[in-house]
Design a protein around this ligand. Structure first.
Ligand code: 5AD
Ligand code: FES
Length: 347
């Protein structure tokens, strides 16, 4: 019966909420089959190629206070940093030599990074490396700001919605943060022609399996080009320090559901997945993921960008991570490729 549901999903790219829920509840009975089908679909669309994105963590200052996040403004134990424009550009230059053709500028919501500063950095990276894509992951901004950054050359934007349920959203965030603002931002990004990424944590506090089924309906409705998911991992300096972390097994199952629902989607096996399970990223690729986002930030600041406890790869040079990842990816039957790794279709 589960096999039939998975076959139906592979054919139709959608199930009802109840059907998704049935699969999620009974995932132990169909884990292998769904991984096999999701890998098949990934290979059909992107062959066995895994795209890499160089992640540059430009600032750990953040005006927000999300209950789950280690760099929330109330965490006085964080040693705050922001990279200079030259440092960001040097990271990209180094990444280019290592074979990266996408750079992701990620940071907390830091008012230092005005449109003016960001536009300068984006256009400099794009003029030095015209064959590269620039992805931003800098939180909520105004339509005008997203527009200016897009005009400066940004190609993609990651803004996880965190949960598709506005009541659940309110349990993860302080009251000044609003689910509908988040959705407005995602709509703005899409309308400006960004390749847009959404996403959520698996096993976040108060999340139910029904919420996860709703996530799938949200993705069908939103049609993002990228989806970032990873297990929630508790951080010891946050209000959620005693909450249970998510698991690799549920995260990889959700990755397969996403691949079968959105066959063309760019889907990372995240660092959080590699943190909760030493083989997490390999398992993610075998479950249908096709993107890895190794860290290109200067090693000196790596440990300071701790969204969750025990984050991996905070001591390694980017070159070391690349070597390590090449070997890891090989064990999955896939291979890393030097490519911008755009979404398959015009958007
Ligand atoms: N565990 C896992 N993921 C987290 N994020 C933030 N804090 C945590 C945590 N404790 C994720 C959020 C955010 C992304 C940048 O990192 O989903 O959107
Ligand atoms: Fe960073 Fe393995 S990916 S050390």
């Amino acid at each position: 019966m589960y096999k039939q549901l998975i076959d139906k999903l592979e054919k139709q790219h959608a199930l009802s909420k109840d059907e998704y829920l049935t699969l999620i509840k009974n995932r132990d009975k169909c884990r292998e089959y769904i991984s096999e089908r999701a890998s098949f679909v990934r290979n059909k669309v992107y062959s066995n190629k895994v795209f890499i994105r160089g992640l540059i963590e430009i600032s750990n200052y953040c005006k927000n206070d999300c209950y789950y996040c280690g760099i929330r403004r109330s965490n006085a134990n964080v040693s705050r940093y922001r990279l200079s424009e030259d440092e960001i550009i040097s990271c990209a230059d180094e990444g280019y030599k290592l074979g990266f053709r996408t750079f992701v500028l990620q940071g907390g919501e830091d008012s230092h990074f005005t449109d003016e500063v960001l536009c300068r950095v984006i256009s400099e990276i794009k003029s030095r490396h015209p064959d590269c894509a620039v992805t931003l992951s800098l939180g909520e901004r105004s339509y005008e700001s997203y527009k200016a950054l897009r005009e400066a050359g940004a190609d993609r934007y990651l803004l996880r919605h965190e949960t598709a349920d506005c009541e659940h959203y309110a349990k993860l965030h302080p009251k000044e943060m609003d689910f509908f603002t988040r959705i407005r931002c995602i709509e703005d990004l899409k309308s400006l022609g960004y390749q847009a990424g959404v996403g959520f944590m698996v096993g976040s506090p108060y999340q139910t399996l029904e919420n996860l089924a709703d996530e799938m309906l949200f993705l069908i409705q939103t049609k993002p080009q990228m989806v970032g998911i990873g297990p929630f991992i508790s951080h010891s300096d946050t209000p959620f320090k005693d909450k249970e972390s998510g698991t690799a097994e549920l995260t990889t199952f959700m990755l397969s559901l996403i691949r079968l629902t959105l066959p063309d989607v760019l889907l990372p096996a995240t660092t959080a997945l590699g943190t909760i399970d030493p083989m997490g990223r390999e398992k993610g690729i075998m479950a249908g993921a096709n993107v890895l986002m190794p860290n290109l930030s200067p090693v000196a600041v790596r440990k300071k960008y701790e969204l969750y406890d025990n984050k991996i790869c905070t001591g390694e040079e980017a070159a070391q991570c690349i070597e390590c990842l090449k070997n890891r990816v090989k064990t999955t039957g896939c291979e890393i490729t030097i490519d911008r790794g755009d979404y398959k279709y015009e958007i």
